[in-house]
Design a protein around this ligand. Structure first.
Ligand SMILES: Cc1cc2nc3c(=O)[nH]c(=O)nc-3n(C[C@H](O)[C@H](O)[C@H](O)COP(=O)(O)OP(=O)(O)OC[C@H]3O[C@@H](n4cnc5c(N)ncnc54)[C@H](O)[C@@H]3O)c2cc1C
Length: 402
């Protein structure tokens, strides 16, 4: 390790102990730093829901040194499939078999969020170089030429050589340095995990499966060796929504999804309890590095969920940050600049593509007919070509070339 950090023997501060914060902590430890993670929650943990992982996520796991842990907890799908939720028409089916793995060097998978988080947490704990402070909410940041000081809700000051703001969609770090408004979508997401015995046999596919309907869609896939299933349903709300998570109500979710085929509609009858997300994103920004402070994950590029890539992007961010430090001899100011240049366009593409994907999923009338015609007769290879920009990412090509 070089210069400033070793001289001052200060840790790098990470605001937020979610998937992005823990991935960042691992990347920083791998560069020789000590890390202090400041997390507002009383425990470091994750909510009960699944996520999808593209091959790029597995490249990131390997680069962070936790590939084996994450692989052991994932469920490997045979295909992705989209059906029209009105008439069950199969809009598209993409095999994620050997040919897919050969093309992208890694598989497609689905996993419980807590299992991704746990793999990162175990990896970070095993290094012995990450300190976790829970019930510690970052409220304000000061910096000078050599260090950053973070103040928490109790007025305590935490000093570090740099700060990574990985404090999620409502980032306080972003609020202080950018202060831009959220773009509330009015789309509401209900998520639940259902035991296998409660999940319909005719939908127990080993696939990332989506049913697309007018102003709504439904997603399901297996978790934990097929012992559980993740169920996610999304609809355009009739209410004026505010960005946030609350307990869901069975009555509300059942009041939507009229006109949907019974096979898809049975999904909304299953969960015993639901969590309700009123979603938002923000306009992509070109600057998220401010001296010794930078943003990462949802704090940097909050997105709607339709590309299923938010957590994958957070882990890519962390790997790229580590690489930027490596090629800049651990100089934070230079590395943060290179990290930002390497990430802005790619993550903005996710945010913007995700909005378009939401429109395609929720198409109605003639737009629905166009959607259902889009991929007719398309070969797996043509699908894979279209995915190359996304899944072809890895640690060797992650840095911007000047
Ligand atoms: C419905 C839905 C489905 C999704 N599906 C997928 C998918 O299939 N694949 C995928 O890759 N992604 C998916 N995502 C996105 C993914 O969940 C997020 O992008 C990812 O969790 C972002 O991680 P993060 O660490 O940046 O933020 P978070 O997970 O939000 O973590 C932020 C952490 O910071 C803490 N924090 C917040 N403020 C402060 C503060 N001031 N001080 C200290 N701590 C603070 C929080 O408590 C939290 O622990 C989905 C998201 C949604 C909503």
């Amino acid at each position: 390790m070089t210069n400033q950090a070793s001289q001052q023997n200060l840790p790098v501060l990470v605001a937020g102990g979610g998937i992005g914060g823990l991935a960042a902590a691992l990347a920083l430890v791998n560069r020789g730093f000590k890390v202090k993670v400041l997390e507002q929650a009383p425990e470091i943990g994750e909510i009960g829901a699944g996520i999808q992982l593209g091959p790029n996520a597995f490249h990131a796991f390997d680069a962070l040194g936790i590939g084996d842990k994450a692989r052991a907890r994932a469920v490997y799908t045979d295909y992705m499939v989209m059906h029209d939720a009105i008439d069950e028409y199969q809009v598209g089916k993409i095999p994620t078999d050997e040919a897919f793995i050969k093309r992208f060097g890694n598989p497609y998978a689905v996993i419980h969020r807590a299992d991704v988080h746990l793999s990162l947490l175990e990896g970070a704990q095993e290094t012995g170089r990450v300190e976790f402070l829970t019930s510690t909410r970052v409220v304000r940041i000061e910096q000078d030429e050599h260090s950053v000081t973070v103040f928490d809700q109790h007025g305590n000051a935490h000093k570090g050589v740099a700060l990574i703001g990985a404090d999620g969609v409502k980032s306080v770090v972003r609020e202080q340095f950018v202060g831009d408004p959220a773009r509330v979508t009015g789309h509401v997401v209900y998520r639940a995990v259902v035991d296998k015995e409660d999940f319909p046999e005719d939908l127990r596919w080993n696939a990332a499966s989506i049913w697309v309907g007018p102003n709504c869609h439904l997603v399901h896939y297996p978790l934990r060796g097929g012992e559980q299933y993740n169920v996610v349903v999304t609809f355009h709300s009739r209410e004026q929504e505010e960005w946030g998570v609350t307990e869901g109500s069975k009555e509300e979710v059942q009041s939507y999804f009229q006109g949907i085929c019974p096979k898809a509609r049975q999904l909304i009858e299953l969960p015993k309890s639901w969590k309700r997300w009123a979603t938002a994103d923000r306009e992509p920004i070109g600057q998220w590095t401010f001296g010794r402070v930078t943003l990462l994950g949802d704090a940097a590029h909050p997105t709607t969920q339709y590309m299923a890539q938010g957590a994958c992007m957070a882990m890519e961010d962390a790997v790229t940050l580590g690489e930027a430090l490596r090629v800049n001899d651990n100089d934070f100011v230079k590395a943060f600049d290179l990290y930002q240049r390497s990430r802005v366009a790619r993550t903005a593409r996710i945010v913007l593509s995700s909005r378009e994907m939401g429109r395609i999923y929720h198409a109605k009338g003639v737009e629905r007919l166009v959607r259902n015609d889009l991929w007719r007769g398309r070969t797996p290879e043509r699908f894979y070509d279209a995915m190359e920009w996304l899944y072809g990412w890895n640690v060797t090509n992650c840095l911007a070339r000047d």
